[in-house]
Design a protein around this ligand. Sequence first.
Ligand code: HEC
Length: 131
Amino acid sequence: MKKVLFVLLVLVALALAACGGGNAVATIAPVPAEYAGATNPLGADAATAGAEVFKVNCESCHGPQGHGDGPAGVALDPQPKNLATFAPTVGDDYLYWRINTGKEGTSMVAWKGVLTDEQIWQTVAFLRTIK
Ligand code: HEC
């Protein structure tokens, strides 16, 4: 009887270890072909206009510096990402794609049609400046 219990404990421990390891690795979705490789047609100075666009449209959830700490984001699941740490891990095409089309299963809506193409690129330029 004791032996059976021991085997069970070992199995549970192994299962837990396997799950923990799998979840620890954050996977970043591949950029769809339509957006893949897109680069910002605007210069770095577009970040000034982008800061304004961000303030009006994104700050409520993502926070003033994009740290994911806006008042409207607190109750969301998942909570808005910290864009200051996330943006450096992805390309301009990824940011441009996500802002255009949103993120399924989250409160991140599609901004295409709400913001102009130029405003979206301005926002991408701004995201390159936050720390
Ligand atoms: C209603 C709240 C809300 C608003 C407003 C909002 N976002 Fe988000 N955003 C989210 C949430 C929630 C996520 C998903 C976080 C996650 O999946 O971990 C997200 C994710 C993102 C991501 C990363 C997507 C990814 O792959 O994880 C980017 C980039 C982003 N938002 C940019 C913006 C920009 C730029 C604006 C303004 C034009 C904006 N967001 C407005 C809530 C919001």
